[in-house]
Write a protein that binds this ligand. Sequence first.
Ligand SMILES: Cc1cc2nc3c(=O)[nH]c(=O)nc-3n(C[C@H](O)[C@H](O)[C@H](O)COP(=O)(O)O)c2cc1C
Length: 330
Amino acid sequence: MSVQIGNIDLGEFPLLLAPMEDVSDPPFRYVCKQNGADMMYTEFISSEGLIRDAAKSRQKLDIFEYERPIGIQIFGSDIDHMREATEIATLAKPDLMDINYGCPVKQVACRGAGASLLQDIDKMVAMTSAVVKATHLPVTVKTRLGWDDNTKNVYEVAERLQDVGIQALTIHGRTRSQMYKGEADWRLIRDIRKNPRIKIPIFGNGDIDSPEKAAAWRMEYEVDGMMIGRAAIGYPWIFREIKHYFNTGEFLAPPTIAERVDVCRAHLDKSVQWKGPRTGIFEMRRHYSNYFKGVDHFKEFRMKLVSVQTVEEVHELLDEVVDHYSAIMA
Ligand SMILES: Cc1cc2nc3c(=O)[nH]c(=O)nc-3n(C[C@H](O)[C@H](O)[C@H](O)COP(=O)(O)O)c2cc1C
């Protein structure tokens, strides 16, 4: 059965790219989309930043046609500011709006935003309701199991947020106090999915990093789809690998060197188009080692890739990478 959010049809068992600060920008989203991500989100955007018209926040509103369906994720601690930020973000014409009630980091959660709202469900409900009313777009929410081991309240959160109009919920199977430690626990996510009152799609998130795990957890936890974060960093092929495994029960071969290079070129080109050559080339530098992880003796190429100054030089080096490794593997 196809998963539906408003009038967005996501197909059967969609794979979502997680919102990731400093990672899921438009160039990265492009390569994830090319490799099978069914829906994506922007990095989280501060509602205060949007209202102040801060350049960093405003730039995160940039979305492109090829990315659809895409959601803009916002966070904040003040209900009026969240309402205003929703109105501003809606003007950027995303397909949906998403609220972050999951961010555990101090600068966010200790300022009354992100996961901190898990400690004040009434406020969370009021905030969500204000956001839903401030936009014609579907609103989704991303959160965690609860604040800590003693307050795993996401079951109640799911019901109450559905009641005020959210159209999908993604749950990361950790509490705030776990940060990113331990293993994600999806049992409560399954309970919510099985709650007869819950009609909206429930997406599981946390620790999906291989086709086998995706298939096993799909069966075990019965979610409507999955959101993938860290495993996609430097490895956007995770989406197509999981889909292939779902469809055939077989593993897709890992990306060839030529495919790795193609993704680098696409990422670089989008980066340069979006931010201009200087910043585009600079920001691309942190990605090379990820895209070639596990490739023998890549270090020398990486050193060169992070020191050249023009797009042409990067492309020439990438040509050399293909030539070098096809000669070795031939
Ligand atoms: C570098 C990084 C940045 C993140 N930024 C955000 C964010 O902006 N908004 C959000 O809701 N979650 C954010 N997260 C959490 C992820 O969306 C996701 O919930 C988490 O990484 C667990 O999924 P995974 O195990 O597939 O990575 C971030 C995670 C990482 C690693």
